[in-house]
Design a protein around this ligand. Structure first.
Ligand code: CMP
Length: 138
């Protein structure tokens, strides 16, 4: 079991100025930041990141949304990071997310759901490497 996960604060949340509150909730839950950047994906980069969803009906919408504004990308560390972070953010669809979770508090819809969290140790490694070189993680 790895102690790292990868997250993005998505364009809906950065545009509503939720970035600080979301980062605060992540830190208060015991995660430490190992790498972080404020950036914006091109449509091509968003498509590459979410390549696993290319055949899904929502892929075009997902790419448009994820390239629509700035994001915060980060690698986070904590014991049991992948599972604990998914608990912290709540279900993909905020309507089904538990009370107090980041998506319940800050997400508007299943598409615009405020944050991403890796779904496995393997994907946490792949996704972190998509954004950060070895020199940018500590
Ligand atoms: P995320 O955890 O970043 O991983 C894949 C993303 O696809 C997901 O969050 C949602 O933003 C998006 N997504 C999943 N299901 C749907 C859906 N039914 N309609 C629109 N977007 C979706």
């Amino acid at each position: 079991m790895s102690n790292r996960t990868f997250t993005m604060i998505k364009p809906d949340a950065t545009s509503k100025a939720y970035t600080g509150a979301i980062l605060n909730q992540i830190l208060e839950a015991g995660f430490t930041i190992k790498a972080m950047k404020w950036t914006r994906l091109t449509p091509e980069q968003a498509g590459q990141f979410y390549d696993i969803h290319r055949e899904r009906p929502f892929f075009g919408e997902l790419v448009d949304f994820m390239s629509s504004g700035p994001i915060v990308a980060a690698i986070l560390e904590k014991e049991n990071a992948v599972a604990d972070f998914r608990t912290l953010i709540g279900a993909t669809n905020p309507a089904q997310a538990a009370e107090g979770t980041i998506r319940k508090k800050y997400a508007a819809s299943v598409g615009e759901n405020a944050v991403h969290g890796s779904d496995s140790d393997e994907n946490a490694q792949i996704e972190g490497s998509f954004f950060f070189s070895g020199l940018e993680r500590f």
